[in-house]
Design a protein around this ligand. Structure first.
Ligand code: MLT
Ligand code: MN
Ligand code: ZN
Length: 305
């Protein structure tokens, strides 16, 4: 089973088109040790040919070009993307659906009823797509049941409701429901190994900690280093918590959460915002991650499990 990290940045990517923070400016100028990153997405496959695309990033076309296994070329029109699963209805996770419209059959789309409702109404992507390829909706249950995504043999997934926030455009912003935002347990039924993926994770619960402790790898929210990162840089008025992201540093932060997991669990941060100092490979914050045995995902990273 392998995971390819297609996009390891949060919304906006790195560098962000209109951003001149120290990271974005430094990357453009070549004065910092860092790599560019596209917006949030992974692909998962057991056989290397048929892939579950987890999140449809606005950068999906670039990601397909940069990852040849996603184009196995078995026919004149073909794609290795057999199905798409959405973790939430955020712009950085759903707008790439519009780029997949040239299919000749409906796109299999796995998401919770809450997410399907947001992208059918407030941001009516699936209604628009119905005039192109259309989508075949597969509502994701939140009862712990394992699902086999259509067209992706040998992979099982379990959706887990998380404490986070629906997107700013959702009528449910500020009054989140279970299903607005999920974590995903990716299971290899052959080996029994599992990976927990959660690019938007606002808070951990005892049940979640237990689930993560039993994983081969956890690939979790690396959006912000501090709770007030965007405010201090004068870029936004929003705190990390309001956006549904647990920052890495400080008491109760993601680093202290990850330190509680067994040493055998591989710990990787993903969905990194362009303001986050961990993007700079020789920063003190990155050194602190290394001391804790925590990795930072990059586009092109492959995880076998
Ligand atoms: C988030 O997860 O908060 C997003 O990256 C926001 C966005 O896509 O604008
Ligand atoms: Mn995001
Ligand atoms: Zn920036």
């Amino acid at each position: 089973m392998h995971i390819r990290v297609l996009g390891s940045a949060a919304g906006g990517g790195f560098p962000q088109w209109n951003c001149n923070c120290a990271n974005c400016q430094g990357l453009r100028a070549g004065t910092v040790k860092a790599r560019a990153r596209t917006q949030s997405s992974i692909a998962v496959s057991a056989n290397g040919q048929d892939w579950l695309l987890v999140n449809a990033s606005p950068d999906v076309l670039q990601q397909v070009r940069e990852h040849p296994p996603l184009q196995p070329a078995r026919a004149v029109r073909d794609s290795g993307i057999a199905a798409v699963l959405l973790m939430d209805a955020q712009i950085d996770h759903v707008t790439g659906l519009l780029m997949l419209r040239e299919r000749s059959t409906p796109l299999p789309l796995l998401a919770t009823p809450e997410v399907l409702s947001d992208i059918g109404n407030a941001l009516p992507l699936t209604r628009v797509l119905s005039h192109y390829c259309g989508v075949a909706e597969h509502p994701l249950p939140l009862d712990g049941r394992a699902i086999e995504p259509p067209g992706v043999p040998g992979l099982q997934v379990v959706a887990v409701a998380l404490d986070s926030q629906p997107p700013p455009y959702s009528p449910f912003r500020g009054r989140p429901r279970p299903g607005d935002n999920i974590g995903l347990l990716l299971k290899n039924p052959q080996s029994g190994a599992q990976v927990f993926y959660a690019p938007g994770l606002g808070a951990l619960t005892p049940a979640l900690r237990a689930l993560m402790a039993g994983c081969h790898t956890v690939l979790v929210d690396g959006t912000f280093w501090t709770e007030d990162e965007m405010i201090r840089l004068g870029l936004s008025k929003k705190r990390a918590a309001e956006m549904g992201h647990l920052p890495q540093s400080g008491p109760g932060g993601m680093l202290s959460e990850l330190s509680r997991l067994p040493a055998s669990v591989r710990k990787v941060l993903i969905h990194i915002n362009n303001t986050n100092p961990i993007l700079i490979e020789d920063s003190p914050e990155r050194a602190e991650l290394v001391r804790h045995g925590v990795e930072v995902a990059h586009d092109g990273m492959v995880i076998h499990f």
